[in-house]
Write a protein that binds this ligand. Structure first.
Ligand code: KIV
Ligand code: ZN
Length: 437
C-alpha cells in the first residue's frame, strides 16, 4: 500500500544480507490446522477444522497444511471431506505432513485420492541432540532415513499415477530441528533428498528449515539460513521455506531476517498458536510488511470475523496487546499521546502517506474504528476529550474550554473507575456548561 513509507534506515555499509530490504510478500503457508492443532489440549474436531479452513481460504492463503492424515482417523476424515465436498478452491494447494515411514506415506496417498494438487511434506529429525539421545543413530544413518523417505514419497506418487491418478504432487522435505543441526550436515542431507527427487527450476521441490525449538538468536538463525542457501548446490531448483517457533519470543524476527537472508516461503499460524510458545505469528509478520508499504497478499481487514473463529476453535483468547490486532493497540490513554494523535489526525489527508504519531498504521486498515483510538481515563489530558467531542459531537472547543473541562473529564473517569464512555463524556460536558438546557 502506497499509504505507508519505510522508516528511515541508517546507512550500514558492512551489511551483507542477500536482500537488503524486503519488497514483496513471501509465499505464505498456514500450518494452523496441523502444528496449531497438534498443540491444543482439545484438538479441533472435523467440523471445527472445516470452519477454520474456510477462514484461512477467505484470508487468502494459497497453501494450507491441513494435517497429518496418516496419524489419526479425524485427520484422515478431514482430508477426505475437503476433497469429496469440493471445498478446495482451484488456486489453493493442500499440504500434508508425514514422517519418513513407509506405511504412513502409503496411507497419506490414500487420504489424498482425487486431490487436484498437494504438497507431500516428509520429515525426519537431524539435530545433534535427537541423533544422539533419541534415535541413537549416526549422521549417515539419519541421512539414509531422509533418503529412504524421499524414495517412498516418490514411489507412491508414481504408483498413484499408474493407478490412474491425475493429481499433481509437490514434494517437501524438512530436516526437523534444522537450527540445532550442523548447517553443513543439513545441506548434505537436503542435497541427498534432492538427488532422489531431481527437481529442476521449472519443477522445484520445497526445503523447509525449521527452528523446531527456538534456541538461537534471530540473527544467528538467519545466518544459518543464509549459509544453507549459499552452499546448496541446486538452490535454483528449490523453494526455501522457513518454519520458526517462538521459544525465545523471536519467531517473527527470525522469519523476517530469514527473508532478508534469501528465503522464499514462510510457514506459521494465525496469532502464533502452536507447540509450547507457539509457531511464528503470520498476522504479525504480514502486518509488519503492510506497515512498510508491502502488500502482504493476505487480508486481515475483518478481525472480528477471523479472530472469533480462531479463538473459538483454539479456546485461546487473544492478548489485548497482541501486535496489530489486540483490543487496545490503537488506544492512547495518556494526555500527551492523545494530543499528538489528535493533531496528526486532523492534518492527515487521505491522499498523503500515513503520518500520525503513536499510530503505526491507520486503525481502519485493520477494521478498527476511531472510537477505539482515544479513550479517556484518569490519566488523560484535555486533548482526548476535545478530540472525541469534536469528532463525534461537532464541538469545536477553544483552548481555554479544553483546559477548563479536562479536570471534569478526569474526575468522571475516577468515579467510573476506568474508561469514560463517549456518551457520558458528552453528557457531562452538557451538564458542566449547562449546554442545551
Ligand atoms: O517444528 C517443526 O519442526 C515441525 C516440522 C514437522 C516441520 O513442525
Ligand atoms: Zn513446527
Amino acid at each position: 500500500p502506497a499509504k505507508y513509507r519505510r522508516n528511515p534506515t541508517p546507512n550500514l555499509p558492512d551489511r551483507q544480507w542477500p536482500n537488503n530490504e524486503l519488497t514483496q510478500a513471501p509465499i505464505w503457508v498456514s500450518v494452523d490446522l496441523r502444528d496449531g492443532n497438534q498443540a491444543l489440549a482439545n484438538p479441533m474436531n472435523v467440523e471445527q477444522k472445516l470452519k477454520l479452513w474456510d477462514e484461512l481460504v477467505a484470508i487468502g492463503f494459497k497453501t494450507i497444511e491441513i494435517g497429518f492424515p496418516s496419524a489419526s482417523q479425524p485427520e484422515f476424515e478431514f482430508t477426505r471431506r475437503l476433497i469429496e465436498e469440493n471445498r478446495i478452491p482451484e488456486d489453493v494447494t493442500v499440504q500434508v505432513l508425514v514422517q519418513a515411514r513407509e506405511h504412513l506415506i502409503e496411507r497419506t496417498y490414500e487420504a489424498l485420492k482425487g486431490v487436484k494438487q498437494a504438497v507431500i511434506h516428509v520429515y525426519n529429525t537431524t539435530s545433534i541432540v535427537q541423533r544422539e539421545n533419541v534415535f541413537e543413530k549416526s549422521k549417515d544413518e539419519i541421512k539414509a532415513m531422509a533418503v529412504q523417505g524421499a524414495i517412498w514419497v516418490q514411489e507412491y506418487a508414481e504408483k498413484a499415477k499408474q493407478e490412474g491418478s491425475n493429481s499433481e504432487w509437490i514434494f517437501q522435505y524438512s530436516p526437523e530441528s534444522f537450527s540445532q543441526t550442523e548447517t553443513d550436515y543439513a545441506v548434505e542431507v537436503c542435497q541427498a533428498v534432492m538427488d532422489v527427487w531431481q527437481p529442476t527450476p521449472d519443477n522445484k521441490c520445497i526445503l523447509n528449515l525449521p527452528a523446531t525449538v527456538e534456541s538461537n538468536s534471530p540473527n544467528r538463525f538467519a545466518d544459518q539460513v543464509e549459509y544453507f542457501i549459499r552452499h546448496l548446490p541446486n538452490r535454483e531448483s528449490a523453494i526455501i521455506s522457513i518454519h520458526t517457533h517462538n521459544d525465545r519470543g523471536c519467531a517473527v524476527a527470525a522469519a523476517e531476517l530469514s527473508l532478508l537472508a534469501g528465503a522464499d516461503r514462510i510457514e506459521g499460524t494465525l496469532l502464533g498458536n502452536g507447540e509450547r510458545t507457539g509457531n511464528m505469528d503470520i498476522v504479525t509478520l504480514a502486518m509488519n510488511l503492510y506497515s512498510e508499504g508491502i502488500d502482504p497478499e493476505l487480508d486481515f481487514t475483518n478481525p472480528e470475523k477471523w479472530m472469533d473463529v480462531v479463538e473459538e476453535v483454539t479456546k485461546i483468547q487473544t492478548h489485548p496487546r497482541h501486535p496489530w490486532v489486540g483490543d487496545v493497540v490503537y488506544t492512547a490513554y495518556s494526555g500527551s499521546h492523545q494530543d499528538a494523535i489528535r493533531k496528526c489526525l486532523l492534518k492527515q489527508e487521505d491522499s498523503k502517506p500515513w503520518n500520525v504519531a503513536y499510530l503505526p498504521i491507520d486503525p481502519k486498515d485493520i477494521g478498527r474504528d476511531y472510537e477505539a483510538i482515544i479513550r479517556v481515563n484518569s490519566q488523560s489530558g484535555k486533548a482526548g476529550s476535545a478530540f472525541i467531542l469534536e469528532q463525534e459531537y461537532g464541538l469545536n472547543m477553544p483552548k481555554w474550554v479544553q483546559m477548563d473541562f479536562a479536570g471534569t473529564a478526569q474526575k468522571l473517569a475516577e468515579e467510573q473507575g476506568g474508561v469514560v464512555s463517549h456518551v457520558d463524556l458528552f453528557e457531562s460536558f452538557k451538564d458542566y456548561y449547562k449546554f442545551g438546557q
